[in-house]
Design a protein around this ligand. Structure first.
Ligand code: ZN
Ligand code: ZN
Ligand code: FE
Length: 758
């Protein structure tokens, strides 16, 4: 039925915010507007996408409705507002240039090459057949090529490549998939790949196929990806995997593998639907999935592990490379010397990777921002990142507090830092461990460069309470208002922010290795209540000495002795823990004299001690190894728990001595390590649930928040979560923000919002 009102011609102005730049938002708007016969324009501004449309009222309303319900695949609309405006009489619909002003819009993360581009890449008649830099508005590098916002070609490392006529045509046509695809390129105008051997450039017609052939022959090849170099070798060849470990100076820390496709992945690891979904996701993270037994990948890739880190090709170079690779999987690990930062500049690759790789496959487009691969595992159908970097950075976390102008330094292990602006917290890419001098340098550089790049400024600096942390020292050296934040409080806040429950009262359980406590001891088994942003400590494990401080982390057998001595005194000397009597006496004296013996209640240290007692890991070669290996020997079955006792009132203390004594009893009875580990895990679950139940009843809270590195342990996190949910509690964990210290910067930033009343 014709309605007179709907024939009326009106005009609207619409403002869309979120991830709407570099994701094909303007062409999408153009298509809808032209389909509905509307005139006007769309443009990127300092404040998101601005649209004006004119036409029949009905069509304008349909247009707004479609903007609400439809979007290009990777756009994220956070906010859409519109208002009626006077008619201006536009004659057509146009895509206008970006207008300057304060840049508020966000930079998208790097995106794995899309299916449309892959179809062209492997289509012999396509003009980009096998062109390794194919991309479109829906895929390609983003953050890693960005020099500054807004995300336009002139602000990326693509600016040195002038588009050919054909590429310009695609780039300027609003109906083309490459309209405003900033890295748009082809063989005649874009970047190209080169392969180098020890004697220089190899003159081969197809460097990528040649690199694949070299991998098949057992060589180690460095390959430049989106965010840095990788080292690649045949994952089914024991000799080359061992050689890579030797050259990279890498202990037992697992390598990730790249497989050709999801079918190949399924032949190596078991995959649930969510795991498959994340492997195929455009962020293309490494997924830690359960190994199949047997599988073609040699054990030396991830020695003793139940899980393998697997990922799929995400750049066109990877896709072309994997086509030529014969084995079902290749090792693809960060291009660096162990513990050093990932290498992303060509000069450095030639200097430092020259000794590790036999060949280097690189290309002439500069990586502006490095980014390691992101790593995660799937639990209860949700992704839990243990490293948040490529594919996720620099997407901000939106928080309910008005935090503005804050730089949060993070912690020293698995460092990320963060900058907050108007309620958005931008976490940096993964930095690594700030113990390493090269990572320290890169950290200082990156704090400066991210601030510039994303146009973020700060007046307030949040840092970890630990006076010995490098990140704290750097924070203190910067100009601004400085606020120290307790480590475990930051862990809990990170999970609260991620789950958007900052305005609720919670019982937070922070389990990790060590973090500096308010009493000067090393904490790490904290039961803290957070109420109106204030926290107070209601429980923790008993303190034990850490003989030699940091040395006790590298040599878990020291923690084993310390726990034994705590539980049985002098008798501890009689227990065989794989070290000589002289060392035991030395440790005993150290503890008695209290020289260089900090006190710790970190649950991670108890895991270390048990791991060493069982002979599972006496000396660690990578962070968390003793605890991880203890989890690996545990079985899936349920065993009875060991006894423990909880004492105290205002502050509850869990006495661990009964646990240690029972483990010694089991060892004397030759109970296998796998059974003891399973019982130990069950014990931690029980004592956590029991103590949490007591505290939450006293404090009248219903929300439980779990955070800290120990919650990367799948047995601990899933069983605690389930047991508490069965009691009718709401349980929150970290998901896309790491539960390890990679999430600390978010918690620190959030804490300033409470402290300054923001
Ligand atoms: Zn594409
Ligand atoms: Zn071109
Ligand atoms: Fe921590």
């Amino acid at each position: 039925m014709s309605n007179q009102k709907s024939e009326e011609v009106v005009a609207y102005r619409i403002n869309v915010n979120g991830i709407v730049q570099g994701v094909g938002y303007r062409p999408f708007v153009y298509r809808i507007a032209t389909e509905l016969g509307l005139n006007g324009f769309v443009l990127n501004s300092g404040n998101g996408v601005i649209i004006e449309v004119e036409g029949k009222l009905d069509d304008c309303l349909k247009f707004i409705e479609r903007l609400r319900t439809e979007k290009p695949p990777r756009a994220i609309v956070k906010n859409l507002v519109y208002e009626r405006i006077p008619l201006k009489g536009y004659g057509e619909f146009k895509v206008e240039k970006t207008v300057n002003g304060e840049v508020e819009t966000l930079c998208p993360p790097d995106v794995a090459v899309c299916q449309d581009c892959l179809n062209e890449l492997f289509n012999q008649v396509d003009r980009r057949y096998l062109y390794p830099f194919i991309n479109c508005i829906n895929c390609g590098p983003r953050f890693t090529i960005l020099e500054k916002l807004p995300y336009d070609r002139v602000n990326t490392s693509m600016k040195s490549f002038e588009m050919c006529g054909e590429c310009v045509r695609e780039y300027s046509d609003p109906l083309d998939r490459r309209f405003k695809a900033e890295p748009n390129a082809c063989r005649s105008c874009g970047p190209s790949v080169k392969l180098y051997g020890r004697d220089g450039l190899l003159r081969v017609s197809n460097p990528i196929s040649e690199a694949a052939r070299l991998i098949n022959e057992g060589f180690i090849v460095a390959v430049k990806g989106y965010g840095g170099f990788h080292l690649a070798c045949d994952a089914t060849n024991r000799d080359v995997v061992l050689e890579l470990r030797r050259r990279k100076k890498r202990g037992n820390k697992p390598f990730a593998i790249m497989v050709k496709n999801i079918e190949e992945a399924e032949s190596i690891v078991e995959l649930s639907d969510s795991e498959k979904k994340w492997l195929l996701h455009y962020s293309a993270p490494i997924i830690l999935a359960k190994k199949r037994v047997p599988n073609p990948v040699v054990e030396e890739v991830a020695p003793g592990m139940k899980y393998l880190g697997v990922f799929l090709p995400y750049t066109p170079i990877h896709h072309i490379l994997m086509r030529g690779v014969k084995p079902s999987a290749i090792v693809l690990t960060s291009g660096n010397v162990s513990e050093e930062p990932i290498i992303f500049r060509d000069e450095e690759a030639f200097e430092k990777l020259g000794n590790i790789a036999d060949y280097i496959l690189t290309y002439n487009r500069r990586i502006v921002n490095f980014a390691d691969d992101s790593v995660g595992f799937v639990q209860d159908d949700s992704l839990r990142l243990v490293r948040r970097s490529r594919g996720f950075v620099p997407e901000p976390v939106e928080v309910e507090l008005n935090i503005d102008g804050v730089l949060a330094m993070g912690a020293d292990l698995n460092n990320t830092f963060a900058i907050a602006k108007r309620g958005r917290v931008f976490l940096s890419q993964y930095m690594g461990d700030l113990e390493n001098i090269f990572i320290r340098r890169r950290y200082v550089e990156t704090v400066k460069s991210l601030k510039r790049l994303l146009n973020l400024d700060y007046k307030t600096i949040a840092y970890d309470l630990h006076p010995g942390y490098y990140s704290s020292q750097i924070g203190l050296s910067l100009k601004g208002n400085k606020i120290p934040i307790q480590h475990h409080y930051a862990h809990i806040l990170s999970a609260m922010a991620e789950n958007k429950i900052l305005n609720q009262d919670v019982l937070g359980i922070a389990f990790d290795g060590t973090g500096y406590g308010d009493d000067g001891n090393l904490w790490g088994s904290e039961f803290i209540v957070v109420r109106n942003g204030e926290y107070f400590r209601r429980g923790h494990l008993k303190y034990v000495p850490m003989p030699g401080g940091e040395k006790a982390i590298v040599e878990p057998v020291r923690m084993a002795f310390s726990y034994l001595y705590d539980a049985m005194g002098e008798d501890a000397l009689k227990i065989d823990i794989g070290i000589g009597d002289r060392i035991k006496t030395f440790l005993k004296k150290m503890i008695e004299k209290g020289i260089n013996v900090p006190r710790t209640c970190g649950l991670g240290r108890l895991f270390d001690a048990v791991s060493a007692l069982l002979g599972v890991c006496l000396k660690r070669t990578f962070e968390g190894e003793p605890a991880i290996m203890l989890e690996m020997v545990a079985s899936d079955g349920i065993e009875e728990s060991y006894p423990f006792s909880i004492v105290g009132g205002r502050e509850y203390i869990v006495d661990t001595a009964p646990i240690i004594l029972s483990i010694i009893e089991d060892l004397k009875k030759n109970v296998p390590a796998s059974k003891i580990s399973t019982r130990f895990h069950e014990t931690i679950v029980r004592l956590t649930v029991e103590l949490a139940e007591t505290i939450r009843l006293e404090e009248e809270v219903k929300n439980i928040v779990l955070s800290g590195g120990v919650f990367q342990n799948r047995i601990i996190s899933s069983r605690i979560k389930r047991a508490m949910e069965e009691r009718g509690l709401r349980v929150f964990c970290n998901n896309l923000i790491p539960t390890n210290d990679g999430g600390i910067s978010l918690g620190q930033a959030v804490a300033t919002g409470f402290k300054t009343g923001g």
